[in-house]
Design a protein around this ligand. Structure first.
Ligand SMILES: [Mg+2]
Ligand SMILES: [Zn+2]
Length: 239
């Protein structure tokens, strides 16, 4: 019989790894209040997240230093390192897929210590691109240049298909509205907050979680169950 394929882990960033949504924090602090109008349009489904974020970030006026100070105050889930360590032991490749921005992700992760960088080596960070031009902030969306049907800043299901070349089981961990397309492409979904609500309403099978420690424990059990099932069926074959 064939060996079960190694799963791949896809982590949302804002609110899943980070304690708060970095883009929201930036907008609340440094954007003209018009950003809220774009937010409403996005929540109502009238515009995609790409158009929304492009318009919102154009309303930000802040120096790089001001943004960095803000990002340094956000912090990350303290169970990220144990989760990544478990994945390293189990040979699970981990990728971060985010509708937010690379600049914020790299800054926040670097504040979490060197161990995180080492553990994430080999994985990808797929997100929008953000860079400062004086007090203005320029956006770009390298994943993918052509907008998807949802209008995503970074289309999570498309990135998941792109990275998961061997089509192993896809595990997705998320917390919010921008994760709603990703869950349809995942074999195992961990959801909290808005995403858990959404999955509940749509009857999408998911495991609720509070922090990344819950996710690590659950994946570990799930993998042990897979090994048990495999050994049991091998016993049956040889009996
Ligand atoms: Mg999120
Ligand atoms: Zn999309």
């Amino acid at each position: 019989m064939t060996e079960p394929q190694t799963p791949m882990l896809f982590l949302d960033f804002d609110g899943t790894i980070s304690r708060r949504d970095a883009v929201d924090v930036i907008l609340e602090t440094y954007a003209d209040s018009k950003w809220l109008t774009h937010e409403e349009e996005w929540r109502a489904g009238r515009i995609g997240s790409r158009d929304c974020l492009r318009a919102q970030m154009a309303l930000v006026r802040a120096s790089r230093k001001q943004i960095d100070i803000l990002l340094d105050g956000i912090g990350i889930d303290e169970h990220l390192v144990p989760l990544l360590e478990m994945c390293a032991i189990q040979h699970i490749q981990v990728h971060i897929i985010s509708d937010g921005f690379d600049y914020c992700i790299r800054r926040i992760l670097s504040g979490g210590g060197k161990r995180i960088g080492a553990l994430l080596r080999g994985g990808r960070v797929c997100a929008g691109h953000l860079e400062s031009r004086g007090r203005l902030w320029r956006t770009d969306f390298p994943f993918f240049h052509q907008t998807c049907g949802h209008g995503c800043a970074t289309c999570k299901p498309a990135v998941m298909r792109l990275l998961n070349k061997t089509n192993g089981p896809a595990i997705f961990v998320g917390d919010g509205f921008s994760d709603r397309y990703a869950v349809e492409s995942a074999d195992l979904v961990f959801a909290k907050d808005g995403l858990a609500e959404y999955c509940g309403e749509q009857s999408i099978e998911h495991t609720p979680y509070q922090n990344l420690g819950d996710v690590a424990a659950h994946i570990d059990c799930w993998l042990a169950g897979r090994v048990f099932l495999r050994e049991e069926s091998l016993d049956r074959v040889s009996a």
